[in-house]
Design a protein around this ligand. Structure first.
Ligand code: AMP
Length: 225
C-alpha cells in the first residue's frame, strides 16, 4: 500500500499559525467586517482569527468535497445554500488549508452571488501551491510538496478512515483477515508516519466495530468483515 505523506498538527501549532495569519491581515491595512468559516475545516482557525482580530461577527458556509482517508470523493458544492444580507461588508473567508482550492472557489462564488458583500478576501493556514487553483490573499505556509495535515479537529475521523483503508486493502492484497491491536497501530504508524496516541486508536477500533467493519474475536483480536 502506498504510504501517505502526513503531518501531525498540534493545537499549539494551530494557535501560532492563526496568530501569524492575523498579523498578516492587520499588516495589510485591511479590516474585515465579518469572518466566514468554511465548514468544517475552517471553524477553529476562523474562531481564533476572530479573537486575534477582535471581530465579533462569525458565520459559516459548508462545502462538501473531501471524503474518507485523504481522498476526494465529490465535486465541491454548498450544503445549505441559505441567504444573508451583506451588502457593503468586507468578508474574510477562512479555511484551514487550500489544497485543490475547489472549496474556496465554490464558497467565494456562492457568497459573492448570494450574499453580495463589497469584498471577499481569503485566509488559510496552509496553501498547497503546486495543486491549488487559487492563491489565498493571506496564508502562513506555502506547501510545495503535497502532504495530508492531520489537524486536531479531524483526528478521530482520520484515524478511523486510515485504519479502515489499511485493513480493507491488506485483506484484498494479502488475504489478511485478523489483526491484534498492536498490529493495527504499527501498520498505521508505518503507512501514515504519525502516531495519534493510544486513545485515538482505541476509539477508532470501537467505531469500526460499531460500523460493522471489524468484529471482536477476543480481548485483543479483531476480524475484518
Ligand atoms: P480543497 O477544496 O481541496 O482545497 O480542500 C477542502 C477541505 O478538505 C480543506 O478545507 C480541508 O479541511 C480538507 N483538506 C483538503 N486537503 C487537505 C490536506 N492536504 N490536509 C488536510 N486537510 C485537507
Amino acid at each position: 500500500m502506498a504510504k501517505v505523506n502526513c503531518k501531525l498538527v498540534s493545537w499549539d501549532e494551530v494557535v501560532g499559525w492563526c496568530r501569524e495569519l492575523a498579523l498578516k491581515v492587520k499588516a495589510s491595512g485591511w479590516r474585515p467586517d465579518l469572518v466566514v468559516a468554511i465548514a468544517r475545516g475552517g471553524y477553529v482557525p476562523a474562531r481564533l482569527l476572530c479573537d486575534f482580530l477582535d471581530i465579533h461577527d462569525l458565520v459559516s458556509v459548508q462545502v462538501l468535497h473531501w471524503g474518507r482517508a485523504a481522498e476526494i470523493t465529490a465535486k465541491a458544492h454548498i450544503k445549505h445554500p441559505y441567504t444573508l444580507e451583506l451588502s457593503g461588508k468586507r468578508v474574510l473567508l477562512v479555511d484551514d488549508i487550500c489544497d485543490t482550492g475547489d472549496s474556496i472557489i465554490v464558497a467565494k462564488e456562492f457568497i459573492m452571488n448570494r450574499w453580495k458583500p463589497a469584498e471577499i478576501r481569503v485566509a488559510t493556514m496552509q496553501w498547497i501551491s503546486p495543486v491549488a487553483k487559487i492563491k489565498p490573499d493571506y496564508y502562513v505556509d506555502e506547501v510545495k510538496e503535497w502532504i495530508w495535515y492531520q489537524y486536531p479537529w479531524t483526528r478521530l475521523e482520520d484515524t478511523v478512515n486510515f485504519i479502515e483503508k489499511i485493513i480493507t486493502e491488506t485483506k484484498e492484497k494479502e488475504g489478511k483477515c485478523e489483526w491484534c491491536k498492536d498490529d493495527i497501530i504499527n501498520a498505521f504508524k508505518e503507512y501514515y508516519g504519525i502516531d495519534v496516541g493510544e486513545h485515538y486508536y482505541v476509539l477508532a477500533i470501537e467505531k469500526l466495530i460499531e460500523e460493522g467493519k471489524l468484529e471482536r474475536v477476543n480481548e485483543d483480536r479483531y476480524r475484518v468483515r
